[in-house]
Design a binder for this molecule. Structure first.
Ligand code: HEM
Length: 324
Protein backbone atom coordinates (compact mmCIF):
# COMPACT_ATOMS: atom_id res chain seq x y z
CA UNK A 1 0.00 0.00 0.00
CA UNK A 2 2.78 2.36 1.15
CA UNK A 3 4.80 1.36 -1.88
CA UNK A 4 1.88 1.90 -4.22
CA UNK A 5 1.28 5.36 -2.80
CA UNK A 6 4.98 6.11 -3.07
CA UNK A 7 4.92 5.04 -6.73
CA UNK A 8 1.91 7.23 -7.39
CA UNK A 9 3.56 10.22 -5.79
CA UNK A 10 6.69 9.60 -7.84
CA UNK A 11 4.66 9.42 -11.05
CA UNK A 12 2.86 12.63 -10.09
CA UNK A 13 6.13 14.37 -9.33
CA UNK A 14 7.55 13.21 -12.68
CA UNK A 15 4.44 14.40 -14.54
CA UNK A 16 4.66 17.79 -12.82
CA UNK A 17 8.36 17.98 -13.64
CA UNK A 18 7.78 17.19 -17.29
CA UNK A 19 4.92 19.66 -17.58
CA UNK A 20 6.65 22.47 -15.72
CA UNK A 21 6.95 25.24 -18.28
CA UNK A 22 10.64 25.91 -17.64
CA UNK A 23 11.81 22.32 -17.66
CA UNK A 24 9.79 20.94 -20.52
CA UNK A 25 10.68 23.55 -23.10
CA UNK A 26 14.41 23.18 -23.60
CA UNK A 27 16.21 20.10 -24.86
CA UNK A 28 19.80 19.23 -25.59
CA UNK A 29 20.28 18.94 -29.36
CA UNK A 30 17.10 20.91 -30.13
CA UNK A 31 18.41 21.73 -33.64
CA UNK A 32 19.66 18.20 -34.41
CA UNK A 33 17.23 17.74 -37.29
CA UNK A 34 16.25 21.33 -38.15
CA UNK A 35 19.76 22.78 -38.27
CA UNK A 36 22.33 20.10 -37.54
CA UNK A 37 25.34 22.41 -37.82
CA UNK A 38 23.91 25.10 -35.54
CA UNK A 39 26.13 24.51 -32.52
CA UNK A 40 29.17 23.92 -34.71
CA UNK A 41 28.70 27.21 -36.55
CA UNK A 42 28.50 29.14 -33.28
CA UNK A 43 31.56 27.34 -31.98
CA UNK A 44 33.57 28.18 -35.11
CA UNK A 45 32.68 31.86 -34.87
CA UNK A 46 33.49 32.01 -31.14
CA UNK A 47 36.80 30.18 -31.71
CA UNK A 48 37.70 32.57 -34.52
CA UNK A 49 36.95 35.62 -32.38
CA UNK A 50 38.87 34.13 -29.45
CA UNK A 51 41.96 33.67 -31.67
CA UNK A 52 42.14 37.41 -32.26
CA UNK A 53 40.96 38.50 -28.78
CA UNK A 54 40.98 36.01 -25.94
CA UNK A 55 39.09 38.50 -23.74
CA UNK A 56 35.97 37.76 -25.77
CA UNK A 57 35.23 34.58 -23.77
CA UNK A 58 34.47 36.64 -20.66
CA UNK A 59 32.13 38.83 -22.68
CA UNK A 60 29.95 35.91 -23.76
CA UNK A 61 29.70 34.46 -20.25
CA UNK A 62 28.67 37.89 -18.98
CA UNK A 63 26.35 38.45 -21.96
CA UNK A 64 24.43 35.27 -21.16
CA UNK A 65 24.06 36.38 -17.52
CA UNK A 66 22.89 39.86 -18.52
CA UNK A 67 20.49 38.43 -21.09
CA UNK A 68 18.94 35.95 -18.67
CA UNK A 69 18.52 38.30 -15.71
CA UNK A 70 16.62 40.90 -17.73
CA UNK A 71 13.32 39.50 -19.12
CA UNK A 72 14.70 35.96 -19.15
CA UNK A 73 17.09 34.40 -21.67
CA UNK A 74 15.32 35.86 -24.69
CA UNK A 75 18.09 37.59 -26.63
CA UNK A 76 16.84 41.01 -25.48
CA UNK A 77 20.45 42.05 -24.80
CA UNK A 78 21.11 41.88 -28.58
CA UNK A 79 18.39 44.26 -29.76
CA UNK A 80 19.60 47.68 -30.92
CA UNK A 81 18.24 50.93 -29.54
CA UNK A 82 15.88 52.78 -31.81
CA UNK A 83 14.39 56.28 -31.78
CA UNK A 84 12.42 56.62 -28.55
CA UNK A 85 13.78 53.42 -27.02
CA UNK A 86 17.15 52.86 -25.42
CA UNK A 87 17.80 49.13 -25.41
CA UNK A 88 19.47 46.99 -22.71
CA UNK A 89 22.80 46.93 -24.56
CA UNK A 90 23.02 50.73 -24.29
CA UNK A 91 22.48 50.86 -20.54
CA UNK A 92 25.66 52.13 -18.84
CA UNK A 93 25.88 48.69 -17.21
CA UNK A 94 26.51 47.16 -20.65
CA UNK A 95 27.87 49.99 -22.76
CA UNK A 96 30.78 50.25 -23.42
CA UNK A 97 31.97 47.25 -21.37
CA UNK A 98 30.03 44.44 -23.02
CA UNK A 99 31.44 43.38 -26.38
CA UNK A 100 31.01 40.55 -28.86
CA UNK A 101 27.79 41.61 -30.59
CA UNK A 102 29.55 41.48 -33.97
CA UNK A 103 30.53 37.86 -33.34
CA UNK A 104 26.89 36.97 -32.64
CA UNK A 105 25.98 38.75 -35.90
CA UNK A 106 28.53 36.69 -37.84
CA UNK A 107 27.17 33.46 -36.38
CA UNK A 108 23.61 34.53 -37.11
CA UNK A 109 24.41 35.40 -40.74
CA UNK A 110 25.88 31.94 -41.29
CA UNK A 111 23.00 30.27 -39.46
CA UNK A 112 20.43 32.10 -41.57
CA UNK A 113 22.25 31.00 -44.73
CA UNK A 114 22.32 27.40 -43.50
CA UNK A 115 18.78 27.19 -42.08
CA UNK A 116 16.60 30.25 -42.40
CA UNK A 117 14.53 31.36 -39.42
CA UNK A 118 15.37 28.37 -37.25
CA UNK A 119 18.01 29.18 -34.65
CA UNK A 120 17.16 31.80 -32.04
CA UNK A 121 19.47 34.60 -30.99
CA UNK A 122 18.90 33.64 -27.35
CA UNK A 123 20.26 30.15 -28.08
CA UNK A 124 23.25 31.60 -29.93
CA UNK A 125 24.23 33.46 -26.74
CA UNK A 126 23.77 30.31 -24.63
CA UNK A 127 25.98 28.31 -27.04
CA UNK A 128 28.59 31.08 -27.19
CA UNK A 129 28.72 31.23 -23.37
CA UNK A 130 29.19 27.47 -23.19
CA UNK A 131 31.96 27.58 -25.81
CA UNK A 132 33.59 30.41 -23.89
CA UNK A 133 33.61 28.39 -20.66
CA UNK A 134 35.39 25.61 -22.54
CA UNK A 135 37.89 28.06 -24.06
CA UNK A 136 38.56 29.34 -20.54
CA UNK A 137 39.83 25.94 -19.49
CA UNK A 138 36.48 25.22 -17.90
CA UNK A 139 34.32 22.14 -18.40
CA UNK A 140 32.36 21.38 -21.53
CA UNK A 141 28.63 21.05 -20.92
CA UNK A 142 25.61 20.34 -23.09
CA UNK A 143 23.29 23.30 -23.46
CA UNK A 144 19.57 22.61 -23.45
CA UNK A 145 18.18 24.77 -26.28
CA UNK A 146 14.93 25.78 -27.95
CA UNK A 147 14.69 29.31 -26.55
CA UNK A 148 12.81 31.84 -28.64
CA UNK A 149 13.52 35.53 -28.97
CA UNK A 150 11.75 38.37 -27.21
CA UNK A 151 10.56 41.54 -28.86
CA UNK A 152 11.28 44.04 -26.09
CA UNK A 153 14.52 45.49 -24.75
CA UNK A 154 14.52 48.39 -22.29
CA UNK A 155 17.64 49.93 -20.84
CA UNK A 156 15.66 50.97 -17.74
CA UNK A 157 15.07 47.32 -16.84
CA UNK A 158 18.78 46.60 -16.44
CA UNK A 159 19.05 48.67 -13.27
CA UNK A 160 16.49 46.72 -11.25
CA UNK A 161 17.56 43.31 -12.56
CA UNK A 162 21.36 43.32 -12.69
CA UNK A 163 23.32 43.52 -9.44
CA UNK A 164 25.70 46.46 -8.98
CA UNK A 165 29.21 45.73 -7.67
CA UNK A 166 28.32 47.55 -4.44
CA UNK A 167 25.72 44.97 -3.35
CA UNK A 168 26.09 43.20 -0.01
CA UNK A 169 25.35 39.54 0.57
CA UNK A 170 21.68 39.99 1.49
CA UNK A 171 21.04 42.09 -1.60
CA UNK A 172 22.85 39.64 -3.88
CA UNK A 173 21.02 36.68 -2.38
CA UNK A 174 17.68 38.42 -2.78
CA UNK A 175 18.30 39.34 -6.40
CA UNK A 176 19.40 35.82 -7.37
CA UNK A 177 16.44 34.37 -5.46
CA UNK A 178 14.12 36.60 -7.49
CA UNK A 179 15.47 34.75 -10.56
CA UNK A 180 14.96 31.33 -8.99
CA UNK A 181 18.62 30.83 -8.09
CA UNK A 182 19.80 29.81 -4.62
CA UNK A 183 22.47 31.52 -2.56
CA UNK A 184 24.74 28.55 -3.28
CA UNK A 185 24.24 29.01 -7.01
CA UNK A 186 24.98 32.70 -6.57
CA UNK A 187 28.31 31.89 -4.90
CA UNK A 188 29.08 29.41 -7.67
CA UNK A 189 28.16 31.74 -10.53
CA UNK A 190 30.22 34.53 -9.00
CA UNK A 191 33.16 32.28 -9.87
CA UNK A 192 32.71 33.67 -13.41
CA UNK A 193 34.74 36.58 -12.08
CA UNK A 194 37.76 34.32 -12.30
CA UNK A 195 37.94 35.47 -15.93
CA UNK A 196 37.76 38.89 -17.49
CA UNK A 197 38.40 42.44 -16.54
CA UNK A 198 36.74 45.38 -14.86
CA UNK A 199 36.90 49.10 -15.37
CA UNK A 200 38.50 51.09 -12.55
CA UNK A 201 35.25 52.99 -12.13
CA UNK A 202 33.52 49.75 -11.06
CA UNK A 203 35.47 49.61 -7.78
CA UNK A 204 37.30 52.94 -7.31
CA UNK A 205 34.96 53.87 -4.47
CA UNK A 206 36.57 51.08 -2.46
CA UNK A 207 39.96 52.69 -3.00
CA UNK A 208 39.33 56.40 -2.52
CA UNK A 209 36.02 57.25 -0.91
CA UNK A 210 34.71 54.23 0.90
CA UNK A 211 32.87 56.11 3.64
CA UNK A 212 33.10 59.19 5.86
CA UNK A 213 35.60 57.56 8.24
CA UNK A 214 37.95 55.56 6.01
CA UNK A 215 39.09 56.23 2.47
CA UNK A 216 39.95 52.66 1.58
CA UNK A 217 37.66 49.71 2.22
CA UNK A 218 39.19 47.91 5.22
CA UNK A 219 37.95 44.56 3.86
CA UNK A 220 40.33 44.97 0.89
CA UNK A 221 43.79 43.43 1.27
CA UNK A 222 46.13 46.46 1.79
CA UNK A 223 48.73 45.18 -0.66
CA UNK A 224 46.09 44.58 -3.28
CA UNK A 225 44.59 48.02 -2.58
CA UNK A 226 48.02 49.59 -3.18
CA UNK A 227 48.42 47.71 -6.48
CA UNK A 228 44.97 48.76 -7.59
CA UNK A 229 45.62 52.39 -6.69
CA UNK A 230 48.68 52.35 -8.94
CA UNK A 231 46.68 51.06 -11.86
CA UNK A 232 43.61 53.15 -11.14
CA UNK A 233 44.41 56.71 -10.04
CA UNK A 234 41.48 58.71 -8.63
CA UNK A 235 38.80 59.31 -11.22
CA UNK A 236 40.28 56.80 -13.69
CA UNK A 237 37.80 55.47 -16.18
CA UNK A 238 38.46 53.57 -19.38
CA UNK A 239 41.31 51.65 -17.71
CA UNK A 240 40.72 48.01 -16.86
CA UNK A 241 42.30 45.48 -14.53
CA UNK A 242 41.98 41.70 -14.50
CA UNK A 243 39.42 40.48 -11.96
CA UNK A 244 41.48 37.43 -11.01
CA UNK A 245 45.09 38.54 -11.66
CA UNK A 246 46.82 35.15 -11.07
CA UNK A 247 44.88 33.39 -13.87
CA UNK A 248 42.79 35.95 -15.79
CA UNK A 249 41.99 33.58 -18.65
CA UNK A 250 41.09 30.45 -16.67
CA UNK A 251 37.69 29.80 -15.20
CA UNK A 252 39.06 28.26 -12.04
CA UNK A 253 39.18 28.31 -8.25
CA UNK A 254 41.80 31.04 -8.13
CA UNK A 255 38.91 33.52 -7.67
CA UNK A 256 37.96 31.79 -4.41
CA UNK A 257 41.59 31.73 -3.27
CA UNK A 258 41.59 35.48 -3.80
CA UNK A 259 38.48 35.94 -1.65
CA UNK A 260 40.18 34.11 1.20
CA UNK A 261 43.02 36.63 0.96
CA UNK A 262 40.62 39.60 0.84
CA UNK A 263 41.40 40.07 -2.82
CA UNK A 264 37.86 40.15 -4.11
CA UNK A 265 37.73 43.10 -6.51
CA UNK A 266 34.17 44.24 -5.87
CA UNK A 267 32.25 44.65 -2.63
CA UNK A 268 29.90 42.02 -4.10
CA UNK A 269 32.82 39.57 -4.51
CA UNK A 270 34.23 40.03 -1.03
CA UNK A 271 30.67 39.87 0.35
CA UNK A 272 30.78 36.11 -0.23
CA UNK A 273 33.04 35.92 2.82
CA UNK A 274 30.57 37.76 5.03
CA UNK A 275 28.46 34.83 6.27
CA UNK A 276 29.58 31.47 7.65
CA UNK A 277 27.60 29.50 5.05
CA UNK A 278 28.93 31.35 2.01
CA UNK A 279 32.47 31.52 3.43
CA UNK A 280 32.35 27.74 3.87
CA UNK A 281 31.35 27.35 0.26
CA UNK A 282 34.17 29.64 -0.82
CA UNK A 283 36.59 27.42 1.13
CA UNK A 284 35.09 24.24 -0.31
CA UNK A 285 35.48 25.58 -3.86
CA UNK A 286 39.01 26.81 -3.19
CA UNK A 287 39.94 23.27 -2.20
CA UNK A 288 38.27 21.41 -5.01
CA UNK A 289 38.40 22.40 -8.66
CA UNK A 290 36.11 19.52 -9.68
CA UNK A 291 33.46 20.59 -7.21
CA UNK A 292 33.59 24.13 -8.56
CA UNK A 293 33.59 23.08 -12.23
CA UNK A 294 30.65 20.72 -11.94
CA UNK A 295 28.56 23.08 -9.84
CA UNK A 296 29.45 25.98 -12.16
CA UNK A 297 28.27 24.22 -15.29
CA UNK A 298 25.07 23.04 -13.53
CA UNK A 299 24.37 26.59 -12.37
CA UNK A 300 25.00 27.97 -15.88
CA UNK A 301 22.47 25.50 -17.27
CA UNK A 302 19.95 26.53 -14.61
CA UNK A 303 20.58 30.22 -15.25
CA UNK A 304 20.00 29.50 -18.94
CA UNK A 305 16.45 28.43 -18.15
CA UNK A 306 15.36 31.69 -16.54
CA UNK A 307 12.18 33.04 -18.09
CA UNK A 308 12.67 31.39 -21.47
CA UNK A 309 10.16 31.83 -24.25
CA UNK A 310 9.29 28.59 -25.99
CA UNK A 311 6.56 26.96 -28.07
CA UNK A 312 4.81 29.75 -29.95
CA UNK A 313 5.89 32.59 -27.65
CA UNK A 314 8.22 35.23 -29.06
CA UNK A 315 9.82 34.71 -32.45
CA UNK A 316 12.99 33.55 -34.16
CA UNK A 317 14.63 36.81 -35.10
CA UNK A 318 16.19 36.91 -38.58
CA UNK A 319 18.62 39.59 -37.44
CA UNK A 320 19.55 39.56 -33.76
CA UNK A 321 19.59 43.36 -33.62
CA UNK A 322 15.98 43.97 -34.68
CA UNK A 323 12.61 42.32 -34.14
CA UNK A 324 11.08 40.72 -37.24
C1 HEM B 1 27.03 38.35 -8.21
C2 HEM B 1 26.76 39.52 -8.71
C3 HEM B 1 27.54 40.15 -9.82
C4 HEM B 1 27.94 41.44 -9.89
C5 HEM B 1 27.66 42.51 -8.86
C6 HEM B 1 28.68 41.59 -11.11
C7 HEM B 1 29.23 42.78 -11.55
C8 HEM B 1 30.17 42.88 -12.55
C9 HEM B 1 30.88 44.07 -12.90
C10 HEM B 1 30.68 45.44 -12.28
C11 HEM B 1 31.78 43.75 -13.87
C12 HEM B 1 32.82 44.66 -14.51
C13 HEM B 1 32.27 45.49 -15.60
C14 HEM B 1 33.30 46.49 -16.03
O1 HEM B 1 33.77 47.27 -15.21
O2 HEM B 1 33.68 46.48 -17.22
C15 HEM B 1 31.62 42.35 -14.14
C16 HEM B 1 32.36 41.64 -15.06
C17 HEM B 1 32.11 40.34 -15.39
N1 HEM B 1 31.08 39.55 -14.91
FE1 HEM B 1 29.93 39.97 -13.31
N2 HEM B 1 28.73 40.39 -11.75
C18 HEM B 1 28.03 39.48 -11.01
C19 HEM B 1 27.79 38.17 -11.35
C20 HEM B 1 28.20 37.60 -12.52
C21 HEM B 1 27.72 36.35 -13.04
C22 HEM B 1 26.64 35.50 -12.39
C23 HEM B 1 28.40 36.11 -14.18
C24 HEM B 1 28.28 34.97 -15.15
C25 HEM B 1 27.85 33.78 -14.84
C26 HEM B 1 29.32 37.21 -14.38
C27 HEM B 1 30.25 37.30 -15.37
C28 HEM B 1 31.14 38.34 -15.52
C29 HEM B 1 32.29 38.30 -16.40
C30 HEM B 1 32.77 37.12 -17.22
C31 HEM B 1 32.89 39.57 -16.33
C32 HEM B 1 34.12 40.05 -17.11
C33 HEM B 1 33.67 40.72 -18.38
C34 HEM B 1 34.78 41.14 -19.31
O3 HEM B 1 35.94 40.82 -19.13
O4 HEM B 1 34.46 41.81 -20.30
N3 HEM B 1 29.13 38.11 -13.37
N4 HEM B 1 30.63 41.84 -13.34
Amino acid sequence: MGLKRGGLLLALALALYLCSPLEAQLTVGFYRTTCPRAELIVREEVNKAFQSDNGIAADFVRMHFHDCFVRGCDGSILLDSKPGNTAEKDSPINNPSLEGFDVIDNAKTRLEAACKGVVSCADIIAFAARDSVRLSKGLFYDVPSGRRDGRVSLSAETFANLPPPTFNLAQLTQMFASKGLTQQEMVTLSGAHSIGKADCSSFSRRLYNFNSTVQTDPSLNPLYAAELKQKCPPGASGTTVPMDPPTPLALDISYYKGLLENRGLFTSDQALMSSPATANQVRANRNNNNLFSTSFTAAMIKMGRIGVLAGSAGEIRLNCRVVN
